[in-house]
Design a protein around this ligand. Sequence first.
Ligand code: FES
Length: 64
Amino acid sequence: MENYILCNCKNVSYFDVEDALHAAKSLDDVEKAFADVQEITHCSTGCGGCHDKIMDAISEIMHR
Ligand code: FES
């Protein structure tokens, strides 16, 4: 699979989100997983426009 940028403001890629998810503690809950990923990568702390893309990526990674 090819890596690509999910959050342009903070330059956070799909693989960054995946790595952060491996360190996250709350994998049963997408909202909490998002909070953990955000804390680690700072994604979605700029314009916020990437929020949905990141949520989609998180649920995709969690459910495969
Ligand atoms: S693109 Fe992620 S905060 Fe702007």
